[in-house]
Design a protein around this ligand. Structure first.
Ligand code: NAI
Ligand SMILES: C[N+](C)(C)CC(=O)CC(=O)[O-]
Length: 496
């Protein structure tokens, strides 16, 4: 799969900033041009949000962050980029001017994506000398967490450009959908616009407040949409007879007055003031930054829940996240691991994710086992037991765990785990993991585990091969010089 080697972002506002963060966290260098005097601060805040979110989203090893450079001219930013993303304000004249300037200075084979929410690519490419490389790459806010990009070609966009654009998205954790025909606002914004129009009428006509309207979405179909969209949801709503029954039952409603969709509400001063006031009341003093933080934590929780969907295989955006994490492990798992066997191996760095916090306001107990399990997995990769090894039919299985809870881990807290091998032989691997608060070093929990080397196809324990055993024994020998960790060998109910 071809990867982006260097990106240029023209415009670094809400969406440009999100693209910049997405690229940087995927390890891609980014050059930015944005004449706004505070562009550096604004982009910096988006990147900080993105870093916080990713620390909660995944324990997989992200590549080293790309290099960020602000350029004094557009030409300097685009000159050696192979993906250029235009995210300037939604005005056709401005976008055409900017795209023509990009076209004049970019490498001939650079891909040029526009973030436009609704302008036609054919209109955008009108003045370009090489229009075949221009396409719409319409993302969703926040770009660093929401993975979808609508890819739309114009009359002069080449099929090779569309193919190349689609191929470059999975390595940055995104999913491209190719929209077959160009149409204003593509697919997503067509749907959102329909909902938005109807919502404005409902407020205008005093049917409900903005808060009630949002509650109707977030407590009901909003939850459904994150996982099954519209058609699959309605298929289920048709009962055992499925979609055909659903259409037969609810088809006639389409002719009833259930919508004011074709009328455009007059956004006059009174309506703007009404919506503004109700929106202020709904926010209840929370700043935009605070709302962004809550939004990001919620999105992380939803993505993680979807990652466990369909019996652990992952579902929808969660499956995409799972696949992305597997590629991160395959690409960087081994390299980034610090290996100094003269002390316990620091193997997992993470932050307490929203989905991990329970009704007591701290990390819930089974998440400790998750972090300790991840620590054992990291140790196994280090000694050569990676996905290829497992697929070939051998692995280590955990047969016993003893976790002690000694402190608390709160939402967003940076934590890390360290592993000491207590003993190892041909089949057994006896480890002791310690979970620390990264800021203070305080020990929050420990886990002692016994793992057995298995032939997973035969379903029985077998001796580990010499290559794996050699690495295990080398670490175990170094760790034998360390003091036995406090708590090793303890059992539940033991007197101190
Ligand atoms: N805000 C949203 O929810 C979404 C917006 N979009 C699209 O993304 C594009 C950008 O929108 P936002 O980021 O929301 O706007 P924004 O107003 O937050 O950012 C636009 C940025 O472009 C910069 N800019 C203006 N003229 C420029 C030029 N000549 N060269 C370089 N930079 C220039 C501005 O200084 C500003 O930082 C629009 O096409 C919009 O339709 C797409 C998806 C969602
Ligand atoms: C409001 N908007 C049209 C700019 C929204 C989008 O384009 C996508 C989104 O993030 O909702």
């Amino acid at each position: 799969m071809t990867k982006i080697s260097k990106a240029a972002c023209i415009g670094g506002g809400v969406i440009g900033g999100g693209w910049i963060a997405r690229f940087l966290l995927a390890g891609i260098d980014v050059d930015v041009f944005d004449p706004h005097p505070e562009a550096g601060r604004i982009v910096g805040e988006v990147i900080a949000n993105a870093e916080k979110a990713y620390a909660m989203l995944t324990g997989a090893p992200l590549p080293p962050r790309g290099r960020l450079r602000f350029c004094p001219t557009l030409a300097e930013a685009v000159t050696d980029a192979d993906w250029i993303q235009e995210s300037v304000p939604e005005r056709l004249d401005l976008k055409r001017r900017v795209l023509t300037e990009i076209d004049a200075t970019a490498c001939p084979d650079a891909l040029i994506g526009s973030s436009t929410s609704g302008l036609l690519p054919t209109d955008l490419q009108r003045d370009m000398t090489h229009p075949e490389r221009l396409f719409v790459a319409h993302p969703y806010n926040p770009v660093y967490l929401l993975p979808l990009v609508e890819i739309v070609g114009g009359a002069k966009t080449s099929p090779a450009t569309i193919r190349a654009a689609m191929e470059r998205l999975p390595p940055i954790g995104m999913k491209g959908v190719h929209i077959a025909k160009e149409i204003e606002a593509f697919v997503g914004d067509r749907l959102l616009e329909a909902l938005w129009r109807e919502a404005l009428w409902l407020i205008h006509d005093d049917i409900c407040t903005v808060e009630t309207l949002d509650d109707v979405i977030r407590y009901s179909f909003g939850l459904r949409w994150a996982q099954m969209g519209l058609f699959q949801t309605y298929r289920i709503a048709g009962g055992e007879a499925g979609m055909r029954h659903f259409l037969a039952q609810f088809g006639p409603c389409l002719a009833w007055p259930w919508t004011k969709l074709t009328d455009v509400v007059d956004l006059d001063d009174a309506l703007i003031e009404k919506i503004g006031r109700q929106s202020d009341e709904q926010a209840d003093g929370l700043s935009i930054r605070a709302l962004e933080r809550i939004r990001d934590e919620n999105l992380v929780g939803i993505l993680q829940a979807l990652k466990g969907g369909d019996g652990g295989k992952g579902w929808g955006a969660g499956k995409l996240l799972k696949d992305f994490e597997q590629s991160l492990w395959a690409n960087g798992g081994g390299e980034t691991m610090p290996v100094d066997p003269s002390k316990p191996l620091r193997l997992v760095e993470t932050k307490v994710s929203p989905a991990w916090v329970d009704y007591n306001g701290h990390m819930t107990e089974h998440r400790y086992l998750q972090v300790f399990g991840d620590t054992s997995d990291a140790l196994l990769r280090l000694v050569g037991v990676d996905l290829a090894y497992v697929e070939a039919g051998h692995s280590y299985y955990t047969v016993e765990s003893h976790i002690r809870h000694l402190g608390e881990a709160k939402l967003g807290q940076a934590i890390h785990s360290a592993c000491q091998i207590l003993s190892a032989d041909e089949k057994r691997l006896h480890v002791f993991h310690t979970l620390h608060d990264t800021a203070t070093g305080e020990v929050i929990a420990t886990a002692e585990q016994m793992l057995l080397h298995v032939d997973s196809k035969a379903g029985k324990t077998v001796a580990a091969p010499a290559a794996v055993l050699g690495r295990v024994k080398a670490i175990a020998a170094a760790h034998a010089e360390l003091a036995l960790p406090e708590g090793a060998g303890r059992y539940v109910g033991q007197r101190r």
